[in-house]
Write a protein that binds this ligand. Structure first.
Ligand code: BTN
Length: 257
């Protein structure tokens, strides 16, 4: 198994701050939980936390994130963006674009997105992003960008995700280097983050990779189910569906199926 070490990750990386401070663990509860703690203790912007295995990996909406030891990229970055909480969907989109570019550059595979945070390879989920924040008054004090990417994972080993998920190795037909993808991700993530901080919206580029555009979809939300044609997202990242009666549904939280 290829080892992810701070030395190998940082060697000639060339980023300004992202990944310049790296903490690697064999096993942690969750890289997001640990990064939140480090952020609260004052860790510098760009700190990267990497784990081979998580005992309590967190997914969206209280779900677990499952990955056998050494099979995946399980990483979190600490950022300190000048952003109001309403801007967080844009940070999520910028992060997804960075993941897509890293996968495409390292493997040549085509990457699509499923709203709001799924990284898709051939219509199956290969990764997800979970942003957790600490607030200072009305503003974001820090944001932890947690990314789980199924790199060399045999999804058949995990019955809960076997039919809906895939991995980069499954799509490629061979195992691939987690280190190469991670180093590419650090560079693309820094670029996307700096663009966002300078006021460039990632929405159009994100929406261009949206799968299911124009298709009939169902979205389960905390308030019930919506059905309609997927029209896209607005400038804030809100999902827009056209219901069969012609009215518009605007959805900020939910899962598209
Ligand atoms: C999703 O539900 O799709 C988001 C999953 C995010 C999982 C990653 S794995 C690394 C980081 N640490 C966590 O506990 N969760 C994120």
């Amino acid at each position: 198994m290829e080892e992810l070490t701070p030395g190998a990750i940082r060697r000639d990386l060339g980023t300004e701050f992202l990944g310049q401070h790296v903490v690697c663990y064999g096993r942690v509860d969750s890289t997001n939980a640990l990064s939140k703690k480090l952020a609260e203790e004052g860790a510098p912007e760009g700190t990267l936390v990497v784990a081979e295995e998580q005992t309590a990996g967190r997914g969206r909406r209280g779900r677990r994130w499952l990955a056998p030891a050494g099979s995946s990229l399980l990483v979190s970055f600490i950022l300190r963006p000048s952003l109001a909480p309403e801007g967080l969907p844009l940070l999520l989109m910028a992060s997804a674009l960075a993941v897509a570019r890293a996968i495409e550059e390292s493997t040549g595979l085509a990457v699509h997105f499923k709203w709001p945070n799924d990284i898709m390879l051939r219509d199956k989920k290969a990764g997800g992003i979970l942003i957790e924040t600490g607030l200072s008054g009305q503003d974001v004090d820090y944001a932890v960008i947690g990314i789980g990417l199924n790199v060399n994972l045999d999804v058949a080993r995990i019955p809960e995700i076997a039919t809906t998920a895939t991995s980069i190795s499954a799509a490629l037909g061979e195992k691939t280097s987690r280190l190469r993808i991670l180093r590419s991700l650090l560079k693309s993530m820094e670029k996307e983050y700096l663009l966002l901080q300078r006021g460039h919206s990632p929405v159009a580029r994100w929406a261009a990779r949206l799968s299911q555009l124009g298709q009939q979809v169902q979205v389960s939300t905390p308030w019930g189910r919506e059905t309609g044609q997927l029209e896209g997202v607005d400038a804030d990242g809100t999902l827009i569906l056209r219901r069969s009666d012609g009215t518009e549904a605007r959805i900020t939280v939910g899962d598209v199926t």
